[in-house]
Design a protein around this ligand. Structure first.
Ligand code: CTP
Ligand code: MG
Length: 577
């Protein structure tokens, strides 16, 4: 998966990558050339006292050093550009994919892990690409070139290379192998800690109300301690790593000086060659170290790449038809034909054999006890879910054959738990139709009985709404979300229990105002209060996913015992209150 992702998302940045390779090649070769120039100055210039030679070679050395620095900077620049663009595109890919998910697809993963995959996991892969671009070319050339150059300086000392490099690989490799599982476990512990923290922040009121702080604190404390323990273990290994590497570097240096010194003494080697050899050895060791660190990132990044790939590979369970049918009329006629539906993984159907028709200008009301399947029924029209069998038709065309835009421009839903986005009131109201004028917004607010409280805000339409709409009351949130639906001027309105948080008087006023605004539209209302739905053209009584009775209020009072029970229970509670 790692390779696939990198190949797919790095392709547009191939020119950058080529530039990185060229610049790194240049900078590595320059870096390899420097010690040998240095040796020449010492052995030829200083030894012979040839000032001229020293100046000339020194000049060349300065030039090479400038080239080395400049090309190294350019390489890192293009490498970072490519890696960051890669990360951006990958994040965008994950985001687009998740946006195309149906409610069912989101449930398969769960929201928190989708967030982690789109952010943290992408970052891990991006990091590997960044380091890869920076070291991929330089490291092997530095190793091979370094060995070659070192041997050119002195063959007799070559055994030092063959001893110190494998030693370093073994030591660093051992530590890396020990570190890997710890890193993986740390990732999981961080996930867990985030999960607990998130849950506690969201549920803080409940935690307070039930005085669960000590228990929750303890739960958090345990997860926190686990993370600390893993981090400490990692720290302990790192504490070992740096002295171990330092030790190898220093012992190698001492060995080169010791054995090289003897050869210089015996006149078999020149001092310049000795310093050059030493520098090459250090270059090789550092390159090997970097290579090992890189290798250490690969397993971690590939775990992340797999997790990202799982998201990208999902075929959204609800997709648009390839050749959408264009409906003949656009009046907003809704028809359910023998519709059955079950939630994924549930054995019993939530809805069975639902058939009804809602004509434009009509109001169809659905009433039934909680869990009867009212919300599920509404969800089928905008295709939040697809029916298992039967057909849901909009203007005579099955919704599965309609283009998405054809559905969304004609159907507006006020969900049972309305959600507002962070931003302003205005921005939320224009959600479905950005080009709506201010007058239209105020008009919708008036109808939704929300005008007064918006006018009371000093910033009016520009008043801030926090994420989810948590800084307005439940009833205000409901009315804003009704106004949001009105602004889109749809043909079909779906109100899911949208008046429940309103007092009876406001409920009545709102429905009167709505009636005028929705005269030509098809309205489907889910209601709990009989008063909310009594004047509907047709009332469907839903019980355990089936329509048990249907008719007007008067007809149902006569014919339906279930309906009579609901009415009587509400009358008696009202009387009791
Ligand atoms: N259900 C489910 N998975 C979901 C949502 C609902 O399995 N994601 C099940 C519930 O357990 C319930 C049934 O589907 O038994 C019907 O749920 P719903 O349509 O939400 O019922 P409503 O009639 O809307 O209930 P309420 O009046 O409480 O809103
Ligand atoms: Mg519901």
């Amino acid at each position: 998966m790692l390779v696939t992702l990198i190949r797919r998302y790095a392709r547009p940045y191939l020119p950058y990558i080529v530039a990185v390779i060229i610049f790194q090649l240049a900078s590595t070769i320059a870096a390899l050339y420097l010690p040998s120039l240095n040796a020449q100055i010492i052995d030829e210039g200083v030894a012979r006292g040839d000032t001229d030679y020293i100046w000339r070679t020194g000049g060349v050395m300065l030039g090479v050093a400038v080239i080395q620095v400049a090309t190294a900077v350019a390489g890192v620049y293009f490498g970072s550009k490519a890696a960051m663009a890669f990360g951006r595109d990958l994040r965008r890919g994950v985001f687009r994919k998740v946006t195309s998910f149906s409610a069912k697809d989101v449930n398969v993963f769960g929201a928190p892990t989708l967030i982690t995959r789109g952010t943290n996991d992408v970052q891990q892969v991006q990091m590997l690409v960044l380091l890869g671009l920076n070291f991929m070319v330089a490291t092997p050339i530095m190793c091979i070139g370094g060995i070659f150059m070192a041997l050119r300086e002195d063959l007799n000392l070559s055994w030092l290379v063959w001893v110190s490099v494998p030693l370093l690989v073994v030591v660093v490799g051992y530590l890396v192998v020990r570190l890997m599982p710890l890193f993986r476990s740390m990732q999981k512990k961080i996930d867990r800690l985030n999960g607990i923290l998130r849950e506690q922040i969201i549920g803080i009121r409940v935690v307070r109300a039930f005085v669960r702080e000590p228990h929750e604190t303890q739960r958090f404390g345990a997860a926190n301690q686990e993370l600390t323990d893993v981090s400490l273990k990692i720290g302990a290994l790192f504490v070992l790593m740096f002295p171990a590497i330092g030790m190898i570097l220093h012992v190698s240096t001492a060995a080169v000086l010791w054995f090289g010194g003897q050869r210089v003494d015996a006149g078999e080697m020149q001092v310049g060659s000795l310093t050059a050899f030493l520098q090459y050895l250090l270059q090789i060791l550092i390159a090997v170290m970097m290579g090992t660190f890189m290798a250490m990132m690969i397993p971690r990044a590939s775990v992340c790449a797999d997790r990202i790939g799982e998201v990208l590979d999902v075929e959204p369970s609800i997709h648009e038809p390839l050749t959408p049918t264009v409906p003949a009329g656009r009046s907003g006629r809704v028809e359910f034909r023998n519709v059955s539906f079950a939630y994924p993984g549930a054995e019993a159907p939530v809805l069975s054999n639902i058939s009804f028709t809602a004509e434009p200008g009509q109001t169809v009301a659905i009433i039934g006890s909680t869990g009867a399947g009212k919300t599920s029924l509404l969800a089928l029209l905008p295709r939040l879910y697809d029916a298992a069998s039967g057909e849901v038709l909009l203007d005579g065309v099955p919704v599965t054959n309609l283009a998405r835009s054809d559905i969304t421009t004609r159907v507006a839903m006020v969900p049972q738990r309305p959600y507002l986005f962070s931003g302003t009131i205005e921005h939320n109201l224009r959600f479905g139709r950005p080009e709506a004028t201010d007058e239209e917004l105020w008009d919708a607010l008036t109808t939704a009985q929300a005008e007064d409280f918006v006018r009371e805000k000093s910033q009016g339409l520009g008043a801030r709404i926090s994420q989810g709409g948590t800084n307005v009351s439940g009833g205000q949130r409901q009315r804003l979300s009704i106004a949001r639906a009105l602004v889109t001027r749809p043909k079909v309105f779906l109100f899911d229990d949208s008046f429940s948080a309103l007092d009876v008087a406001t409920d009545a006023r709102l429905r009167r105002a709505l009636k005028a605004k929705t005269a030509d539209a098809t309205v489907i209302i889910v209601g709990q209060r009989v008063s909310t739905i009594a004047d509907a053209d047709q009332i469907l009584v839903l019980d355990k996913g089936q329509i048990v009775d249907r008719g007007t209020h008067e007809e149902l009072l006569d014919s339906s015992s279930t309906y009579r029970e609901i009415v009587e229970s509400q009358l008696s509670t009202e009387a009791a209150a």
